[in-house]
Design a protein around this ligand. Structure first.
Ligand code: UN1
Length: 509
């Protein structure tokens, strides 16, 4: 199914303008780069990018603001984030409009992205009273050891187009309560939602009396990001994007002994065991693989199905794929919106051609849609591909809706296949066999940062830490104790006796 009508670029430009006006965000119009919409593939506004001098000034201002912010009590820092969360609630619909216009997400997922931001603000407000250190037993009489957590400094956030606002908020809400200041370099593909978020945080700062420079937004291309990566005043670089990007960022930040937090590619898999509830599994698989048009880092890319049920699973998935409504993401019946660019569609088609040359069979999908209605946009049917083995193309992350289906005979074989890719972000198993589920979650099971049972690979809640291993980069963001990446710890030894006792029984003088 495809809706054949799309909004015009003029409609979308007006809708974006309305949302920005409601939020009070000004657009720095210029000719350095274009805000565009994947819904029609056309340009919305010409924008001005940050210059080197702007970046330098932002880093200097952010560092100065840090010197005040770090000594502001954490619960008072939490007031800023609480106000941001209230403003996000008040502008949820406008913000979701901008996400749909710039990232092409369907309405429900765009609203979900804003909800994820509200959730992390709530979490961070609570966290502002829970930045706990520990007291540790000293081996010496009359002594106490303490672990103290202090703000780190300026945090550079480099984010991607696919979660253009939520990933910023995971970093920013937590960094701000931790006493850090933030400089944000969003994807060039999503400047408008970034302007909106920046404006709301700016308003929150004005209202609670926080320094304006606790947050700075820098629009522009990779040269802006490179400045943050190479500047020793930026204590932590939190970067979301491709493994290729992370391979550059990680070593460059490490070369100046900075910290980096990397959220890179995923090649997420689900195992479907013979005991699985197939109704549940099919729903979970289709959302994880085709939702967000396959453009989440947690998107399901490989399905590892037990041989005995493979035909039944494939038949049901093929039927579900054929019915997926593709088209205008503002249409409430659409489930699959556009890919971000025609380059993303080219990458998908290239992967499909390569996998077929390697013996893969396309079972459903893979055809371009709406070419006449929107020649510059990239609508496509999600593709389901049967493969016999994990060839090189299956082991790569193609940021598009392709689901490769593999079969297995034993759980050991399924786990080995599952882990035999370079990436390690998200994973799941559908099974009603408790022993199998526990093996999958054990140290000898999934090697990913996220491992789920009877649910798909995508759509994590903010309460848990988010991130993955191997080529995914090792970073953890969002909930649990991910906040520790945004602070530095100090160990304190306090002597409240009148003796100078040396550790390890050393005597001196
Ligand atoms: C991403 O795709 O970069 O777990 C983040 C999920 C979302 C976040 C995805 N909560 O799918």
């Amino acid at each position: 199914m495809t809706s054949t009508t799309l909004p015009t670029t003029d409609d979308l430009r007006a809708r974006a303008r309305t949302a920005l006006d409601h939020i009070g965000a000004a657009v720095p119009e210029g000719s350095d780069f274009q805000a565009r919409t994947p819904i029609t593939g056309e340009n919305l506004f010409g924008l001005t990018a940050a210059t080197d001098a702007d970046t330098e000034a932002a880093i200097a201002a952010s560092r100065t603001a840090f010197l005040t912010w770090r000594t502001t009590p954490a619960p008072r820092r939490g007031e800023l984030v609480r106000r941001l969360g209230e403003l996000l609630r008040a502008h949820k619909s406008d913000l979701a409009d901008l996400v749909t216009i710039e990232a092409g997400k369907i309405r429900s997922e765009a609203l979900g992205e804003i909800q994820e931001m509200i959730d992390i603000c709530d979490f961070a407000v609570g966290l502002s009273r829970q930045l706990y250190g520990r007291t540790i037993a000293s081996e010496r009489p009359g002594h106490r050891l303490a672990e103290t957590w202090h703000p780190l400094g300026v945090v550079g956030v480099i984010s991607a187009f696919n979660f253009p606002a939520a990933v910023w908020s995971w970093n920013t809400a937590v960094a701000l309560v931790c006493g850090d200041t933030v400089i944000w370099k969003p994807s060039e593909l999503t400047p408008l939602i970034s302007l909106a978020c920046d404006r709301l945080l700016d308003r929150a700062a004005e209202e609670v009396g926080a320094p304006r420079d606790v947050h700075r937004l820098l629009l522009g291309d990779r040269t802006v990001g490179e400045k943050l990566v190479d500047d020793a005043r930026v204590a932590l670089v939190s970067a979301t994007g491709s493994t290729r990007m992370g391979r550059e960022v990680g070593p460059r930040v490490a070369a100046r002994f900075g910290r980096s937090l990397l959220e890179l590619g995923g090649n997420n898999a689900t195992i479907v065991a013979p005991s699985a509830d197939l109704d549940l599994a099919i729903q979970g698989i289709v959302f994880a693989a085709a939702g967000t048009a396959g453009q989440r880092c947690t998107t399901l890319r490989r399905l590892i199905v037990h041989r005995d049920i493979a035909d039944a699973v494939v038949e049901r998935l093929t039927a579900a794929y054929r019915k997926l409504p593709i088209g205008d993401p503002f249409d409430e019946t659409t489930l699959v919106g556009p890919l971000i660019t025609t380059a993303a569609l080219d990458a998908m088609n290239d992967a499909l051609a390569r996998v077929q040359a390697q013996g893969g069979k396309i079972l459903a999908g893979g055809n371009r849609r709406l070419t006449e209605a929107a020649p510059s946009a990239a609508y496509t049917e999600p593709a389901l591909v049967r493969v016999d083995e994990q060839t090189d193309v299956v082991r790569e992350e193609t940021f598009a809706p392709i689901l490769y289906v593999l079969t297995y005979d034993t759980l050991d074989e399924a786990i080995a296949l599952h882990n035999d890719v370079p990436q390690g972000l998200s994973s799941s198993i559908f099974t009603r066999d408790q022993q199998e589920a526990e093996i999958f979650l054990s140290a000898a099971g999934s090697d990913c940062g996220i491992a789920n049972v009877n649910i798909g690979t995508s759509g994590a809640e903010i309460g848990g830490a988010f991130g993955g291993e191997k080529d995914t980069g090792g970073g953890r963001e969002s909930g649990s104790d991910a906040w520790k990446a945004y602070m530095r710890s100090a160990t304190n030894t306090i002597n409240y006796s009148t003796e100078l006792a040396l550790a390890q029984g050393v005597s001196f003088l």
